[in-house]
Design a protein around this ligand. Structure first.
Ligand SMILES: O=P(O)(O)OC[C@H]1O[C@](O)(CO)[C@@H](O)[C@@H]1O
Ligand SMILES: [Fe+2]
Length: 206
């Protein structure tokens, strides 16, 4: 049976996508543990824990293999201490699944890390497409003063593993405010993955 081709209009200002099947929000209080400054996070959450940090619209086709999940991420501007608002971040549970992100509006960076701990930081903004290759942990960060809106696409059998970041004490770098711009600084809590864990990640491929 053929599936029906579809078209989806994206509002670059809000990330609203026509005929989106699913939508979820992450609020400040959902994001405990991802920011370096725990005191600043607790103060922000006490004051405005309900505040939406990012919202995802997506379409998840029926087929698990060989199909694509696509949608949009809308992220508010803001900071916890010096650190910009960001997504939780993950590696795909089947780690060799890639992803693309396309900038719709606003300015941000994709923070990318290999299992071995190598970092890449790539700026994203309107009409920039960022390719996240297989095996890279990825997180998006809003470094601007306006909402960051991106569309994304990844294989529908990817899955998300969030624990890989938590186990390492975060990602190796943190993206912080630096004057009018941003800087990537070392995360002092980062514990590099050992050879056994790295091998486990490389085994979750097919
Ligand atoms: O799943 P996270 O790390 O919270 O980030 C959300 C973003 O990542 C995705 O899971 C895509 O990889 C989308 O839902 C969204 O772009
Ligand atoms: Fe992803």
């Amino acid at each position: 049976m053929h599936q029906t081709p579809t078209a989806h209009r994206i509002d670059p200002a809000t990330g609203a996508m026509s005929h989106a099947a699913g939508q979820y929000e992450k609020r400040l209080r959902d994001l405990a543990g991802i920011y370096g400054d725990a005191g600043a996070f607790d103060r922000a959450t006490a004051a405005e824990g309900d505040r939406i940090v990012y919202r995802v619209h997506d379409v998840r086709p029926a087929a698990k293999h060989g199909d694509l999940i696509f949608g949009t991420t809308f992220m508010e501007p803001g900071r916890i201490g010096d650190e910009f608002y960001m997504t939780r971040g993950h590696i795909h549970a089947t780690a060799n699944r890639p992803e693309t992100y396309y900038g719709e509006s606003g300015q941000g960076v994709m923070l990318l890390e290999t299992p071995e701990g190598e970092t890449e930081v790539i700026e994203i903004g309107p009409r920039t497409l960022v390719y996240v290759p297989p095996m890279w942990i990825h997180r998006s960060v809003n470094t601007g003063s306006e909402p960051l809106v991106m569309s994304f696409c990844y294989p529908s059998d990817s899955g998300q593993d969030y624990e890989i970041i938590a186990r390492a004490g975060g990602m190796a770098k943190r993206i912080v405010a630096d004057g009018e711009g941003w800087a990537a600084i070392d995360n002092p809590d980062y514990r590099p993955r050992d050879a056994e864990e790295i091998a486990r990640v490389y085994a979750t491929t097919d």
